[in-house]
Design a protein around this ligand. Structure first.
Ligand code: M6R
Length: 603
């Protein structure tokens, strides 16, 4: 949801600013812009991806050593040059970039209009430069003007602002991410670390209501009231290359192929099947002794990983449920001191997931974030955090992070089995199976079956995915990935539910992908037969040793044998490849599917 960036140094800022914006495009790509400050403040912005902006700056040649930039995912007003950020006030002395939603913008606009201000965009953002400009006109210095303007705003936002004649960027956040980067030659600000990772790996995570005053020679952080705050700097362990395409046509394909490595990182040092140990972050043995049940909250792919986690926990005698975080506030599950609420979120910034955690903050429930981003809001707002260690994921379609989430939830399930469930010791076969998963994923990546199947079934009207048990969340995730990047009609169902309604959709022009896991396969085979007799071709995704499917399914994509509980992780990789190749055949913008953004920071 919109990417903000800033570069504050003594030399020309434009090139690095454009690099940062390109790195941030996964957060939004319907328009982009920069404001550069030297003696004058120059703004250049365009509808479209950052390439359109790059063409515009080549013509207009804005320059300056202090710069802010923005890539937009529209909320208020359609994509257009006028609605693109940065926004300025009536006098063009102030430029602002913003991520999030200013909820009281309409009343602020009305007030500002009554005082003679004119607006040129439909955005909520534009009130900010006008509010600041009024205060500058009243004689306040820029920092005071900024603080006073921010105090008028309601909603969730991250804002960066420059004022003519002042070699500083002022920034604040409330409910939207913002990170400071401390470089040798310049200092940076961004919604997300990959924006400036190639320039510095030293970061300071801002917290809500922090005000950062970023100058070429340093950064001061204070509260909204101006009181100085100490925020520690951290060195991130992501390498710049982690956020690059490294020769792949798309980030998605790169990230699919990174899964063996990412999975090894998720597991490494956390299991010792021989000693019967599962180490999770800083959570000492016995952490979960008081826990009776687990409530997951998550969205999208992370919700599907949570459903996988539910299955793993229930099988270990730990009652568990998953709620869509976007529904949780409307209908919160009752929780108490014996509930572990687990927020599963790649970014750690998903507004719906954060709202769900905040919904239960006044209860005694223990909260845990399973996230990829150290320093993210989710990681900071919960009691404990466990990191999935997948490295940066840039493609909008989540791939490696699903696998790493499931692996991490598998470890969590083992801990809870022993500490909160009826387990006397860790399940060595499961843990050994988990350690072999990276190798099994490698084998899948070496095969081309998914690509062949994507081609063979390219002309169908609908794509259905069915699975049972562990196969069910995989079917949901397979359908999400397929629709998200191919724009084809795709749906996932519990295999047994087909005959309760969805079967009406199945015809000879729909294709059904059936996930087999080695558990309850006979039942899934019956469902396949129901589908076959309605004329739909069926593709089975199944462990190599599965029997009885080759004579029934039109095609079979095999995955290596292993513990049934882990088989879904392998089928999921097959479905990721299927979606990728199907989208490639259709010429879709795979890393930036229409209307979607990587990090959904509005509710
Ligand atoms: O960052 P999160 O895991 O909280 O994001 C939740 C969803 O927006 C996300 O999983 C989304 O569904 C995927 N990008 C889809 O591929």
């Amino acid at each position: 949801m919109c990417g903000i960036t800033a570069r504050v140094g003594d030399d020309e800022a434009l090139d690095e600013l454009l690099t940062s914006l390109t790195n941030l495009e996964y957060r939004g790509y319907d328009s982009a812009g920069v404001a550069l400050l030297d003696e004058d403040l120059e703004v250049c912005k365009r509808e479209g991806e950052t390439d359109a902006l790059k063409r515009a700056v080549a013509e207009e040649e804005p320059s300056g050593s202090i710069g802010i930039g923005h890539t937009r995912w529209s909320t208020h007003g359609p994509p257009s040059d006028a609605n693109a950020h940065p926004h300025t006030g009536c006098e063009g002395r102030v430029a602002v970039v913003h991520n999030g939603i200013i909820e009281n913008y309409e009343s602020l606009r009305t007030e500002l209009r009554s005082r003679g201000h004119e607006f040129t965009s439909e955005t909520d953002t534009e009130v900010v430069p006008h509010l600041v400009e009024e205060r500058l006109t009243a004689g306040h210095d820029p920092e005071v003007a900024f603080r006073e303007a921010v105090a008028c705003l309601e909603g969730s936002f991250a804002i960066a602002l420059v004022v003519e004649g002042d070699e500083t960027v002022y920034a604040t956040r409330k409910g939207s991410p913002l990170v400071v980067g401390l470089g040798d030659d310049a200092n940076y600000l961004a919604s997300d670390i990959p924006a400036f990772l190639e320039f510095t790996d030293r970061v300071v995570y801002l917290e809500d209501d922090d005000v950062a005053v970023v100058r070429p020679d340093g950064v001061d952080i204070t509260g909204l009231d101006g009181a100085p705050l100490r925020r520690e700097s951290h060195t991130v362990d992501w390498a710049p290359g982690d956020a690059e395409k490294s020769g792949y046509n798309h980030y998605m394909l790169k990230e699919i192929n990174e899964q063996p490595f990412a999975l090894r990182q998720a597991i490494e040092g956390r299991t010792d099947p021989a000693a019967g140990e599962v180490v999770l972050g800083d959570l000492p043995a016995g952490t979960f002794e008081e826990i009776d049940r687990v409530q997951f909250v998550a969205c999208g792919t992370s919700y599907h990983a949570s459903l996988y986690g539910v299955a793993l926990l229930q099988r270990r005698g730990v009652p568990a449920a998953a709620a869509l975080a976007s529904e949780f506030a409307a209908d919160p599950t009752p929780v108490d001191g014996s509930t572990l609420v687990v927020a599963v979120t790649q970014s750690g910034e998903t507004a719906d997931t954060l709202a769900a955690i905040r919904e239960i903050e006044d209860t005694d429930a223990r909260t845990l974030a399973v996230t990829n981003v150290v320093g993210s809001t989710a990681a900071r707002e919960v009691d404990d955090a466990v990191f999935i260690r997948a490295g940066p994921e840039i493609g909008v379609a989540a791939t490696k992070t699903f696998s790493s989430q499931v692996a991490t939830l598998g470890l969590l399930a083992e801990r809870l089995h022993v500490e909160a469930g009826d387990g006397e010791s860790f399940d060595a076969a499961f843990l050994e199976g988990l350690e072999r998963i990276p190798e099994a994923v490698d084998q899948i990546l070496d095969r081309r079956r998914a690509e062949q199947v994507a081609e063979a079934y390219a002309g169908m009207d609908s794509y259905f995915f069915i699975g049972r048990g562990i196969g069910y969340p995989v079917a949901l995730e397979g359908a999400l990935k397929f629709k998200e990047i191919t724009y084809e009609h795709a749906e996932g169902f519990a295999a047994g539910e087909l005959k309760h309604g969805p079967l009406a959709l199945v015809t000879g022009t729909s294709v059904v992908f059936a996930i087999f896991t080695g558990e309850n396969d006979e039942k899934t085979l019956h469902n396949v037969q129901e589908v076959k007799s309605r004329g739909a071709p069926v593709i089975a995704v199944a462990p190599e040793s599965t029997t009885g499917i080759h004579t029934v399914a039109d095609d079979v994509i095999e995955v290596p044998d292993g513990p049934p509980e882990l088989s879904g992780m392998l089928s999921n990789v097959v479905l990721q490849l299927l979606s990728y190749h199907a989208a490639e055949l259709r010429g879709r913008p795979i890393d930036k599917p229409r209307n979607l953004a990587k990090s959904v920071t509005v509710e």
